[in-house]
Write a protein that binds this ligand. Sequence first.
Ligand SMILES: NC(=O)c1ccc[n+]([C@@H]2O[C@H](COP(=O)([O-])OP(=O)(O)OC[C@H]3O[C@@H](n4cnc5c(N)ncnc54)[C@H](O)[C@@H]3O)[C@@H](O)[C@H]2O)c1
Length: 291
Amino acid sequence: MDFTDKVAVITGAASGVGKALSHRLAKAGAKIVLSDIEGGALDKAVAEINDGGGTAIGIVCDASKRDEVDALRDAAFAKWGKVHAVFNNAGVGGGGGPSIWTSPEKSFRWAMDVNFFGPLNGILSFLPRMFEQNEGGLMAATSSGAGIVFPPNSPAYSASKAALIALMEVLQYQLDMVQSDIKAAILFPGPHVVDTNLFGSHRNLQKDYDDPIIRAGGGIDDMETFQIVMKQFIGREVETTDPVDFAEEVYTSLLRDDFYILPLTDVTKDAVRKRTDDMLARRHPTVPQMF
Ligand SMILES: NC(=O)c1ccc[n+]([C@@H]2O[C@H](COP(=O)([O-])OP(=O)(O)OC[C@H]3O[C@@H](n4cnc5c(N)ncnc54)[C@H](O)[C@@H]3O)[C@@H](O)[C@H]2O)c1
């Protein structure tokens, strides 16, 4: 896909992967609609792009709310008349308890509403207008390796990201079946943990999901505390990936028309294979090694 003079909408663009992707696509000549639930951080992210010679606007939007995503779509079309690429990237950790049965139901609702219904809102809202526009384009969503193999401590997150993979794979078949020139893509940030603010997702917890367990974030608020915890559990810090490097990987993968944008390590490749082997052998699932 050539991004020159194209319009790209990116949710969750005030931080991390979405912000890095906004910069990369602006550098490629796209006009960017950055969107996020966090207004202050969004304003800064938009200013950075415009100050750097790019072209961007910012729209505050809770991606989990269909009416707000419709308003985002209307604002994008009102500004530039077209939308060629939508990156449904906004996501949250979910943050439950140590086990499913001690987790608040709200942690599952929050994860599903943002991580699954957010991208679904993007599809339902933007795709009909993109068909009408008849200029091809891209409908992308950000899932996670934790939606392919499931670490034991984040079931709400894993369930929401696994559901999103199913949605995006079926979307791609269906676009192929009608020979659409709009394509889908699914992003799996990596190959290592991407150094973003995801561990502090509860900073943007909407009041509908407010719960002390979710707010506590499992005692991990940022990458620094995550690394301290990892040192206690596995005796070392884990490797990280710079979001700028992942954004570059996304950009080059999109130029190749990749569907799965899935940088894995040997360890995570092995975990994917083990899951398939477990299924085919009908045995209990192996706890995946992620690092
Ligand atoms: N960091 C990683 O290693 C990693 C790994 C796999 C997947 N992901 C996924 O990448 C995506 C981006 O996350 P990130 O790592 O950059 O984290 P981040 O917290 O740095 O960025 C996420 C952005 O989404 C925004 N957001 C949260 N809830 C929202 C909502 N309801 N509506 C709109 N915006 C909302 C946040 O304000 C934030 O700006 C997420 O979908 C995440 O699940 C990240």
